[in-house]
Design a protein around this ligand. Structure first.
Ligand SMILES: [Ca+2]
Ligand SMILES: [Ca+2]
Length: 602
C-alpha cells in the first residue's frame, strides 16, 4: 500500500485528461495485442530502440527528423509533433552502436544472440527492427523468419512494442529480398505487431528504377549515396542525396534513408496515438450481471482497477485506507418478501457509472481525535452538550455529557483509537472530509473527499449480494460476520428488550474496526458496528431505473445505513434505510469517507 495521494491523485487526473472519443474507424489488428504488451512495460515511457544493421546505425536514418525537415505534408507534420511530444530526445541520435542494438554488417543471428542484453540495458517502450540486407547472402529465409519471430517474441515478453520493418530490395538478389520481406510480413501478422513495409514503399515509388546501380545512374556525380533514386549505387544501402533532404513527395522518391525515416515516423506516431499515449490502458471489464458472488466481486474489482491503472487500495493522510470500488448496475432496495423489510425499500434498478474509492473502515476515533485536536474543532454534539445514547433498557434519548470522546455506552467500555468515532454529525463528517481534501491538495493532489451517496453505499455494501446481508440471507450464526445486537450485549444488559442475533460476536458495544469479515470488495463493518452517514438526503425511491441517484428529497435528513451494535438483524440488512438531520449525533452513528472519480471513456 502506497503512503501517497498527491501522486496517485495526479495520476487519476491524467487518466481523465487523456480521455478521447471512440475512433470511428476500426482500429488496426495490432492495437489490442500491443496494449496488452504495453501494460506489462516497466521502463521509461518514450524510449525507442532501433535494432538493425548499417541502415539503422547510420544517422541518415531517423536523426534528421529532429531538425524538422521542410516540405512536410500536414500528415507528416502532425506525426512529427506526436513523436516529439512522446519520444525521449536521446532516441533521435544517441541510441546508436552495438550496445544499443545497431551495427553495420550484422544479421538477425546477431540480434538473436544479443537482444536480451539490449532489452536489459535499454528496457525500451518500443523497438523498430530491421534486419535482412546482410542475411540475404548468409542465411536462408526459414532461419531468418524463425529468428526474427523469436527476437520479436522476446521484445514483446519484455513489454516492448515492436515495429517490424521489411528490408529494402537488393540489387542482384531481388527475388530473395522479396522472399525475406514476405517472411517479415508473416512474422508481423503472426505476432500481431505493426509492420513498416519499407520494401513495398520503395517498389511503389520507384517500381522500375529503385536500383542506383542501374546504368542510368552511372554518371551521377558524388558518392554512391548521391544517386537520385532510393537505393544507392552499391545496390544495397538506401540513397541519401544532399539535394533531397526535405520531406516533399519528390524527395521521398529520391532519398532512400529519408523514405525509411518517413514511413517509420508515420507508423511510430500511430503506435503512440493508439497504444503508448494511453499507457496500454485496456478497456475495463463489463460489470457482472447482478447478483454475483464474492469471488466474482473481487475479480471484477481487481480487473477494473488494473485496466484503468489505478491502485486497488491506498492510504491517504492520517492513515485513511481507501479501496477501489468499480462501477456497475444492481437492484437497490429489497424484494417484497424479504424478512424484516420496510415500505421504503422498493426494489429498483440503479446504475453507478463511475468508479470511486471508499474507506476500508469506518473513520476511527484516533483519526478523528488527531484532526479535532489539531484544528480545535468543536462538534455539533459538543455545542449542544451531548448526543443521543441508549441505557441498559435500550431507551434512546439525549444524554448530556456524551460526545465523541465519551460515547455513553451503558456498561464497561474503554475507548481506543481504532474504535469507530461516534457522536459525529453530518456537518462534522463533511468538515473532516473537507480537511482531508485540503491536506491532499496542499500535497499536490487534486481529488475531493466526501461521503458516499446512499446508492454508492448500498452498491459497495452488497458487493454483488442480492440477499438480506452481504454474505447471504441468513442471520450470522458464527459471530464473525457482523457486530450487531447479540448475546454479548444481552449479557451486559439482561433487561435489553430487543431481539438479538443468534450468536456471540464478543462486543456488547462498538468494536474496533475490522474485527469482522470483510465483504466481497474488501470493506469492513459496512453492516453493523456503527451506522454510517451518506452524502445524500433520504426520500422515497423512484419506481423506474435510475443512474447515479443523488438527493431523494429537498429537506429530509441525510441517509444513514448499515445498522450498528445495538440493532436487531432486520436493521442491519443491506437495504435497511434510516436518516438523520445534519446536526444530529448519537452513540451508534459514525461515517466512512469516499473519494470520487470521473467517468472514464475508452
Ligand atoms: Ca455485538
Ligand atoms: Ca458500519
Amino acid at each position: 500500500m502506497k503512503p501517497i495521494l498527491g501522486t496517485s491523485a495526479t495520476w487519476i487526473l491524467l487518466v481523465c485528461i487523456s480521455l478521447h472519443a471512440a475512433r470511428a474507424a476500426e482500429p488496426p489488428a495490432w492495437v489490442q495485442p500491443m496494449k496488452e504488451v504495453r501494460a506489462k512495460f516497466t521502463g521509461t515511457p518514450g524510449t525507442l530502440a532501433l535494432f538493425g544493421d548499417s541502415i539503422t546505425v547510420s544517422l541518415a536514418f531517423w536523426a534528421g527528423l529532429e531538425g524538422e525537415p521542410k516540405g512536410m505534408s500536414p500528415e507528416a507534420a502532425a506525426a512529427l509533433q506526436t513523436v516529439k511530444g512522446h519520444q525521449r530526445p536521446e532516441c533521435w541520435r544517441q541510441w546508436r552502436g552495438p550496445e544499443f542494438g545497431n551495427e553495420g554488417r550484422m544479421t538477425i543471428r546477431w540480434a538473436h544472440e544479443n537482444v536480451d542484453a539490449w532489452l536489459k540495458k535499454l528496457n525500451p517502450e518500443a523497438a523498430v527492427i530491421l534486419f535482412g540486407s546482410n542475411d540475404l547472402s548468409e542465411l536462408g529465409v526459414m532461419e531468418f523468419e524463425q529468428k526474427t519471430g523469436e527476437v520479436v517474441d522476446r521484445c514483446l515478453k519484455n513489454g516492448t512494442v515492436v515495429l517490424l520493418t521489411t528490408l529494402p530490395p537488393r540489387s542482384g538478389l531481388v527475388e530473395k529480398s522479396k522472399q525475406f520481406a514476405e517472411a517479415a510480413r508473416r512474422v508481423a501478422e503472426a505476432k500481431k505487431v505493426p509492420l513498416i513495409d519499407y520494401q513495398a514503399e520503395i517498389l511503389k515509388r520507384r517500381p522500375e528504377d529503385w536500383d542506383g546501380s542501374l546504368a542510368k545512374f552511372k554518371d551521377t556525380p558524388g558518392s554512391e549515396y548521391e544517386v537520385p533514386t532510393l537505393i544507392g549505387r552499391d545496390g544495397v544501402h538506401p540513397s541519401n542525396p544532399q539535394a533531397h533532404r526535405d520531406l516533399t513527395d519528390e524527395s521521398l522518391s529520391r532519398n532512400g534513408y529519408l523514405l525509411r525515416s518517413y514511413v517509420t515516423l508515420l507508423a511510430y506516431a500511430d503506435v503512440i496515438k493508439l497504444v503508448l499515449s494511453k499507457g496500454g490502458r485496456l478497456p475495463p471489464p463489463a460489470p457482472p450481471a447482478f447478483p454475483f458472488d464474492q469471488e466474482t466481486a473481487r475479480q471484477y474489482q481487481r480487473a477494473y482497477a488494473k485496466a484503468i491503472k489505478t491502485p486497488l487500495e491506498f492510504s491517504a493522510v492520517h492513515g485513511i485506507e481507501l479501496v477501489f470500488i468499480p462501477p456497475g448496475k444492481f437492484r437497490m432496495g429489497s424484494p417484497h418478501d424479504e424478512l424484516g423489510r420496510k415500505d421504503d425499500e422498493s426494489s429498483h434498478e440503479v446504475t453507478i457509472t463511475r468508479p470511486f474509492y471508499l474507506g476500508r473502515f469506518e473513520v476511527k476515533f484516533g483519526q478523528f481525535r488527531r484532526w479535532a485536536e489539531a484544528t480545535r474543532y468543536v462538534t455539533d454534539g459538543e455545542k449542544r452538550g451531548g448526543g443521543h445514547a441508549h441505557d441498559a433498557h435500550a431507551v434512546w434519548e439525549h444524554r448530556p455529557g456524551t460526545n465523541w470522546r465519551k460515547p455513553g455506552y451503558a456498561g464497561p467500555f474503554e475507548l481506543a483509537d481504532d474504535h469507530p468515532v461516534v457522536h459525529v454529525s453530518h456537518n462534522d463528517a463533511l468538515a473532516f472530509c473537507r480537511w482531508l481534501t485540503e491536506r491532499e491538495r496542499s500535497n499536490g493532489g487534486t481529488v475531493t473527499f466526501t461521503l458516499p451517496s446512499e446508492a454508492q453505499w448500498e452498491w459497495a455494501c452488497r458487493a454483488g449480494s442480492g440477499g438480506r446481508f452481504s454474505w447471504g440471507d441468513g442471520e450470522d450464526t458464527t459471530g464473525k460476520a457482523i457486530n450487531a445486537g447479540d448475546r454479548s450485549l444481552k449479557r451486559i444488559h439482561p433487561e435489553w428488550p430487543r431481539s438479538i442475533m443468534p450468536m456471540d460476536d464478543g462486543f456488547p458495544f462498538a468494536a474496533p474496526v475490522a474485527r469482522f469479515q470483510p465483504n466481497g470488495f474488501g470493506l469492513f463493518d459496512m453492516l453493523g458496528n456503527v451506522w454510517e452517514f451518506c452524502s445524500t438526503r433520504s426520500g422515497p425511491y423512484p419506481a423506474e431505473a435510475v443512474t447515479d441517484p443523488g438527493d431523494l428529497s429537498a429537506d429530509r435528513g441525510f441517509a444513514v445505513r448499515g445498522g450498528g451494535w445495538s440493532n436487531v438483524a432486520a436493521d442491519c440488512r443491506c437495504a435497511t434505510r434510516n436518516a438523520d438531520p445534519p446536526d444530529f449525533c448519537h452513540s451508534n452513528l459514525g461515517f466512512r469517507v469516499a473519494l470520487l472519480l470521473p467517468a472514464i471513456e475508452f
